[in-house]
Write a protein that binds this ligand. Sequence first.
Ligand code: UD1
Length: 311
Amino acid sequence: MDKYLVTGGAGFIGSNLVENLVAQGNEVVVVDDLSMGKYSNIAEFVECGLTFLKKSITDFTFMQDLLKKEKFDYIVLLGAVASVADSIERPQETHKINMEANLNVFETVRKFKLPVKKILFASSAAIYGNDPELPKKETSPVDPLTPYAIDKFASERYAVDYGKLYGLPTVATRFFNVYGPKQNPESPYSGVLSIIHNCLLNDSKFTVFGDGEQTRDFTYVKDVINALMLLLHDDRALHDVYNVATGNQTTLNDDIHAFEKAMGKKIDIEYLPARTGDIKESYADISKISSLGYRPDFSIEQGLKKYVQAE
Ligand code: UD1
């Protein structure tokens, strides 16, 4: 049994990770200010011994005291302004949350020589920007175009370089389009599959921006959790970044059909012009994480079926 700190543990990916960690009998502390996450995502685990602290990761003194006191084995940094649109509205606040708060954790571990087994920082495919090279490899050019992407890239570099400069046991992931239970569908910039799910549940109209032939590497959240567990525990995953995806692309039109099949009903669709800056195609090269033994378990059809069953 190990002791984990998960920042953003009440959010979509965080709460799915926490579920897994608690089920394995680990001691888990979640720090989340519930600005994006929901207590209901983790309420059932609090009853199973999870410690929930409703605090902001930007309370640097609180975080330092917590890290010094608790001596975590593993630290997973998922706390963030998760919406790109939101980051464009409030770049300075985003910077504090998405970059400075992570640096505060790295610096506290360094300064007080805390005996951590691994610190994992969750970065994003957004850092690749509009560079047309496909599939995206970890060595592909980066082009962070938004405050969100800039701070994700900076934190990712801090993670890797705190490893190389000071010997912290760090690793970083670049998530592609993650979907699954507990993803919040409430904003127009929420993950598209959570929006489709919501429209199917409520019999409301879904808007496709563009012709629906844009592609994404949609990754079921359980595969992401498996990737996180692997990168946390494999000693070869050190001072480096890894794409986390399936390595396959599907079109939005195909995803809609797969979702309709999984739900057993049709969705009402309207087509509007593509969003400005929308990327036409995106998918990952996952050979780097595959070399550690990672294999995604869920195709889009399998993932959507599981998603429908889980909610
Ligand atoms: C994702 C990120 C985005 C980031 C981008 C950069 C999410 C939720 N979004 O965007 O913040 O800038 O990667 O790599 O992780 N769509 C519709 N109808 C809708 C919503 C979306 O047709 O109601 C379309 C979008 O225009 C897009 C596709 O669906 O073509 C996927 O959208 P989305 O889930 O927002 O993901 P990304 O565009 O990949």
